[in-house]
Design a binder for this molecule. Structure first.
Ligand code: ADP
Ligand code: ASP
Ligand code: MG
Length: 609
């Protein structure tokens, strides 16, 4: 593959990839501005690739146009239509550059040599044959590239998903080994939260790939999450900068979690829904079946919670963007059919609010502060899930913006953050790990059949934890805050937190704690829960947490299927799950841990060394 070849080649000149989003090329003046910025860098002696989006709201207009013709536009024709938005901009931008006296040439996705898979409207980049781009660059031309599109192996036009021009830019930067990929947009950089929602939001100077990936995946619309995945995998530094103005913006790069702030940002997905599968059989294989159905339709589900089976039936809930709800319900119905038992219900008018920070894993009390803040604002929390670097909650949509504002304020994100020293907590991680070293990982990346294929770098077993579950917890603001404050005050290190609120309005809260903290935790927890009528406290001392580490795990819908199938084949019953873009974890019974970790590692092609 050409990409392979490219990784070995050397370039005399440095290459800069610049991308301008829709608003930043909306009219002739703005296109001239983009052209002038590309020309300025070219005149400094760099080779320049200018990636552009469709102008302004063009893509939305095209979607509307199709809707005027039919309710069910064929996917192939939809991509032919949508790709014209970018085609318009590349021609205009190329003209603008040429009128500034520099030669330029426009290229559509196919002409750029971008080959994708055949999933229209959600295509993934397989490879990029850079022959034509290189020839143009070497001839001194500025390459003007259409974002968001490619060709499949049959030459059909495909699009990469809304916001996909970011992906084109980072992918080109990766294969060309560009010095930097500059993303020019309509804000000054990446902020602690959407500056259009919270006026006090602060621009971040530097952010880690993992944080940006997670924020983008959890709703921060400033970058497409798959573009960050690309950048992390291929070590491309990204700078998000204002299209108008000279600001240096935000650098997205590899950072050390030791000096990172506890919370870096807050993200919001306004239109989220909840899907619940009830009365499922309580046996291994349930998660596997659910994830298999989602994978077939490429639906990335989030906030997966499962109630530890009571009365022989299990219940699984998760969240999906509202736009995917109809298809998710079809997939869930199918899962129930195959499992032979269960029913599907859904909840709408919900939003997902998340806090993200790679420093979080070294601190206690982050969850407690988030829950207390929401309680004080009178906002009830539905589903809760956490991972090492984020906490997500599902809340009523009409309170979601209040929630973001309150959380932003409570964590003082408007203030310049000085990294706090860890508060004496280094999470201990258990015994076994099957991992690829950095060199092997880079070799794997280079050898991928498709550039966007998944890379799993480690499977780990943590066998130092216990599970604690509070069942029948009252479903009202303040309950979680009381519980986790009490636990945090006792310096108990809480790892995974999961809350499910059932159809009947019963909430169940489960979490994991270091086994050495278990007794203290039970004591503190019992004290708080005594005031809750009908609440039951249970625990499992010996559990095993199996974690899979990689890049872009949630958006690669195969990861859940592979992991949960391996666990099902092992006969391991899963009691807790958490997912993020960089880690998937599942809790199983303690004695299942060692064989399970080997099975899962093998399923991802990792070998014990
Ligand atoms: P483009 O058309 O340039 O790709 P987008 O609209 O996709 O621009 O992304 C920029 C927008 O992202 C901003 O206008 C802002 O409202 C929104 N946004 C959401 N979250 C954030 C954040 N954390 N930091 C900066 N902008 C954000
Ligand atoms: N024009 C496409 C969209 O609006 C791609 C992009 O702008 O990144 O989604
Ligand atoms: Mg965008």
């Amino acid at each position: 593959m050409s990409f392979e070849r490219l990784f070995g080649s050397e370039y005399a000149l440095s290459i800069v990839v610049q991308k301008f989003g829709g608003t930043s090329v909306a009219d002739a003046t703005k296109i001239r501005n983009a052209a002038a910025r590309a020309v300025a860098v070219h005149r400094e002696g760099h080779q320049v690739v200018l990636v552009v989006s469709a102008r302004g709201k063009k893509t939305d207009e095209l979607v509307g146009l199709a809707a005027e013709i039919t309710d069910t536009p064929p996917a192939r024709e939809m991509d032919v239509l949508l790709s014209t938005g970018e085609q318009e901009t590349i021609a205009l931008a190329s003209m603008a550059i040429q009128s500034l006296g520099v030669s330029a040439m426009s290229f559509t996705g196919g002409q750029l040599g971008i080959t994708t898979d055949g999933s229209h409207s959600k295509a993934r980049i397989r490879s990029i044959d850079t022959g034509r781009i290189q020839a143009a660059l070497e001839a001194g031309q500025i390459v003007v590239a259409a974002g968001f599109q490619g060709y499949d192996e049959h030459g059909n036009i495909t699009t990469l998903g809304r916001g996909g021009s970011d992906l084109t830019a980072t992918a080109l930067a990766a294969v060309l080994r560009a010095d930097v990929c500059e993303i020019f947009t309509d804000v000054e950089g990446v902020y602690t939260t959407d500056p259009r929602v919270v006026a006090e939001a602060r621009k971040i100077e530097k952010i880690a790939y993992e944080e940006m990936l997670e924020l983008a995946s959890l709703g921060a619309g400033v970058m497409h999450s798959r573009s960050i995945e690309f950048a992390k995998k291929y070590h491309v530094p990204i700078r998000v900068r204002p299209a108008l103005g000279e600001g240096e913006g935000t650098l997205i790069t590899a950072l050390d979690d030791q000096t990172a702030p506890v919370v870096t940002g807050v993200a919001l997905v306004k239109s989220e829904s909840r899907v619940t599968l009830l009365d499922l059989p309580d046996r291994p294989g349930v998660m596997d079946q659910i994830f298999t159905q989602m994978e077939e339709r490429k639906i990335p589900i989030d906030m997966v919670v499962q109630d530890v089976g009571s009365g022989g039936v299990a219940e699984v809930s998760f969240s999906v963007p509202e736009a995917e709800l109809a298809e998710t319900l079809t997939a869930a119905e199918r899962a129930v059919e195959v499992l032979g038992q269960g029913r599907v219900v859904s909840g709408t008018n919900l939003s997902k609010v998340s806090v993200v920070g790679i420093g979080m894993s070294r601190h206690t009390g982050v969850a407690a502060l988030m829950f207390r803040t929401l309680a004080d604002a009178g906002i009830n929390i539905g589903i809760v899930t956490t991972s090492e670097i984020k906490i997500s909650v599902l809340v009523d949509r009409d309170r979601s913006v209040d929630a973001v504002r309150a959380i932003h304020k409570a964590f003082a994100l408007h203030e310049e953050i000085t990294a706090e020293p860890a508060v004496g907590v280094r999470r201990e991680v258990g015994s076994a790990s099957i991992a690829a070293d950095a060199e092997t990982e880079d070799a794997t990346v280079r050898g991928l059949a498709g550039m966007e294929d998944i890379v799993v770098s480690e499977v780990r077993l943590d066998d130092l934890q216990s599970r604690v579950t509070f069942s029948n917890v009252p479903d009202r603001p303040g309950v979680l805050a009381d519980l986790f404050e009490a636990v945090a005050e006792g310096a108990v290190v809480v790892d995974m937190i999961v809350q499910n609120v059932s159809q009947q309005g019963r909430a169940n809260v489960s979490f994991t704690v270091l086994r050495s903290d278990l007794d203290r935790c039970l004591l503190l927890g019992r004290e708080v829960s005594e005031t809750w009528p009908n609440c039951e406290l249970s625990f499992e001392k010996e559990i095993a947490k199996i974690s899979v580490t990689g890049i872009g795990l949630r958006t690669h819908t195969s990861v859940g299927r592979v992991m949960f199938r391996a666990l099902a084949e092992q006969g391991a019953n899963i009691s807790l799950i958490n997912t993020s873009e960089v880690r998937f974890s599942a809790v199983v019974a303690g004695d299942a841990g060692k064989p399970a970790v080997e099975k899962v590692a093998a399923a991802f092609g990792l070998k014990a060394r």
